[in-house]
Design a protein around this ligand. Structure first.
Ligand code: FMN
Length: 193
């Protein structure tokens, strides 16, 4: 069994990375192999400079040469997925959006089996006073009509009297507790607990 973390922050090491690492450690303790993909180290392009190859029938290969294909292939070969997505100006980060829209390169069956049907956890970081709740909603809306909704939490730095720019949310005991619960719910879906 493999658990894969995906980090969609522009910076290398902030709240998204530390929260994902914290959770992956818990998965490891349950016998999972773990890996994370940090967008900081990857090239993720939005849909661009193409001819809608993904809408051709039969589907043609996406012509964009970046790391998104590799990301989807790792996702497809993992059993449990964990996403960390920051609120950037009231929306999921552009890196997440770019990666998500490129999912059109997958066949429906691949997308359903490779992502939708998998136990997944979403960690969204943003203050409600700065549309964090809308970001969470925007992400979950993509899955509203599927019977396999993911587990998700919104971490608001303000709730823990912290400044999210400092990137030290993981030091808050309550944040750890909420991540523990998220992992627990994902493990239940994976029928490990
Ligand atoms: C360009 C940019 C825009 C942001 N916009 C918001 C925002 O609208 N609301 C909010 O609560 N936080 C906002 N933030 C703060 C980030 O969501 C926060 O720092 C989060 O922890 C980033 O993830 P990281 O720590 O992994 O880098 C913004 C940060 C950046 C860099």
């Amino acid at each position: 069994m493999k658990s894969l973390g995906l980090i969609f922050s522009a910076r290398k090491a902030g709240n998204c990375l530390s929260c994902v690492k914290y959770c992956l450690d818990k998965f490891k303790k349950q016998g999972f192999e773990t890996e994370f993909l940090n967008a900081y180290n990857l090239k993720i392009m939005p849909c661009s400079h193409c001819n809608y190859e993904c809408f051709a029938r039969p589907k043609k290969e996406c012509p964009i040469k970046d790391d998104v294909k590799m990301m989807y292939s790792k996702i497809i070969s993992s059993n449990v997925l964990l996403f960390a997505i920051p609120d950037y100006v009231g929306h999921p980060s552009g890196l997440y959006r770019a990666w998500f829209e490129r999912g059109c390169m997958l066949d429906w069956g691949e997308y359903e089996k490779g992502i939708l049907l998998k136990p997944r956890g979403y960690i969204v970081i943003g203050n409600i006073t700065a549309e964090g709740d809308q970001v969470l909603h925007e992400i979950l809306t993509e899955f509203y009509n599927t019977s396999h909704r993911p587990e998700a939490i919104l971490l608001q730095a303000r709730e823990y009297e912290r400044d999210s720019l400092k990137g030290d949310l993981i030091e808050a005991t309550e944040v750890k507790r909420r991540l523990d619960k998220l992992v627990e719910r994902v493990l239940k879906k994976a029928e490990i607990l």
